[in-house]
Write a protein that binds this ligand. Sequence first.
Ligand code: TXA
Ligand code: MG
Length: 340
Amino acid sequence: MQTKRWNMQKEQPNHQAIQEAAELLKNGETVAFPTETVYGLGANAADSRAVSKIFKAKGRPEDNPLIAHVATKEQLSKLVSILPDIAKTLLDTFTPGPLTVVLPSNGVCASNVTAGLSTIGVRIPEHPVAQELLKTCELPIAAPSANISGKPSPTTADHVWADLQGKIAGLVDGGPTGVGVESTVVDCSQDIPVVLRPGGITKEQLEEAVGTVMVDPALANTSDNPKSPGMKYTHYAPEVPMWLVAGMPKNIQVIIDRERDSQKRIGVMASTETADQLQADRIIPLGSDLREIASRLYNALRIFKNGDVDLILCETFPQTDIGLAVMNRLEKAATAYVDH
Ligand code: TXA
Ligand code: MG
């Protein structure tokens, strides 16, 4: 399949190109597009044949449900059987934006979107290109991250191209995404909201808006059965093994030196401050605060290639604010955890 690619600026969606992309979606094809978190691979959520093309292109396990994307709250309310007050408050406060709410489905979306669950994840993205595309096609669009399953999520159109070119009908290039980690998934189908996946909206922000918010215990303990089915699969994996290393820069340097002594070439991912204090074969500074680190994380994971380095060492970060999402992704990407 030839993948059609359109280029545009984030703030200036190209109406003609968006129209063409929307036509493909209406015809049951797959189109990748930018959101403020990561690029998504979209298809008509009401059309099970279109949705099955997403699973095929990504190599995604079929028991992992997809998020339905819409432009407005009014459209969102047409996909769920109830909209509890807490969910309304969360939507009013944080959307359009990097939040997904899980609610009882009313069956409008195809059953392969929800992987047969009675609930559906729904989200209103903020990115102007995503907004324009959703408004133009007037459909709920099922869209997981637009990467091959298991690989880091795409934060640029080139990441999508590298993974899915030839396997999807279209790619709308709207430049690099902003937040860099996926939306926060919050189960609002029970009385107390539960964070199933940490993301762009922090637990602290959620609690300020609606009071008590729980975090799925499976996030802390990988042996539990996670409620968000996607959390049980290998995710975000770079090409080479990655160790998460806790401790001060000088402790990290000890490990770098030890591994280099056994002829390994070492890549490092760390905050800019830590990176400045280390010596290795390749060092990627991620930035000076947690927001910046989140926005550069997936690109860094994709930079390290087989043949360039044999092992990546990545610093650990505080699990506050968006650091919770950053550490959640790093723990899934890592092959080992080294503590002192
Ligand atoms: O930021 C994002 O959320 C991006 C952009 C493209 O919107 N999308 C994204 O989709 O990350 P995906 O498919 O890569 O991740 C969706 C997550 C998975 O962990 C999935 O298991 C969970 O949301 N999920 C979806 N529907 C669910 C449901 N009904 N109940 C529980 N978890 C659900
Ligand atoms: Mg994903």
